[in-house]
Write a protein that binds this ligand. Structure first.
Ligand code: FMN
Length: 189
């Protein structure tokens, strides 16, 4: 089938980042669903000038990714109880391509809360972008114990935990895609 294309956003450019292991695992799991095709989006691959979404602040490759995505999955580490600036800068470079598309979240932290505070702070920002936040998050607490130095998953249960997240994301993406393609916007004057 593969009707739902999911852009899986890596949340940081930090050199020693461990959350990238979680993002790669989420892509591996996403690709086991027949409804899904996916791509990993690395903020390291783009250079966004200045701030905001002025034409010079965009990268056409990121614009194209957001255009073809039916859904987003943001895998964010928690930095000082929020999400990294590099993730915000990448998200800020676009606007209209997010509207009426769903977004799910996976949080990653070295502490015990699994990035829940990063996720909670993201909800406000993505709402303003027109994305629809789903309610089935995934957490990777104490990430240093969950993956080896080479990024190998050490606890196989983590392959099972994101089931609800993907089931919900597929459903939301299907419903919203149908809506975007078939339901006229209400424009009362
Ligand atoms: C600037 C900065 C702030 C951080 N703040 C938090 C925090 O508030 N809570 C937490 O559990 N971990 C915090 N961490 C640790 C990260 O959770 C840890 O680095 C983890 O591996 C995920 O981030 P990474 O992908 O950059 O490795 C912080 C890390 C950095 C670099």
């Amino acid at each position: 089938m593969g009707e739902i294309h999911v852009a899986i956003l890596i949340g940081t450019t930090r050199e020693q980042r461990k959350s990238v292991y979680a993002a790669r695992l989420m892509k591996e799991i996403a690709d086991t669903y027949p409804e899904i095709t996916s791509e990993l989006v690395d903020p390291k691959d783009f250079t966004f000038e200045g701030d905001g979404n002025d034409p010079e602040g965009k990268d056409v490759r990121y614009t194209e990714i957001t255009e073809r995505a039916d859904a987003f999955l943001i895998v964010t580490p928690e930095y000082n109880h929020s999400f990294p600036g590099s993730l915000k800068r990448m998200l800020d470079s676009e606007l209209k391509n997010y509207i009426h598309k769903p977004v799910a979240f996976a949080g990653v932290s070295s502490g015990g809360w699994g990035g829940v505070r990063a996720i909670e702070s993201l909800v406000n920002a993505v709402r303003e972008m027109g994305l629809i936040a789903t309610f089935t998050d995934m957490q990777f607490p104490r990430v240093q114990d969950l993956f080896s130095e080479e990024g190998k998953l050490l606890d196989e249960k983590y392959r099972e935990y994101p089931k609800k997240l993907f089931n919900e994301l597929i459903w939301m993406a299907t419903v919203l895609k149908h809506g975007r393609e078939n339901v006229e916007k209400i424009e009362h004057k």
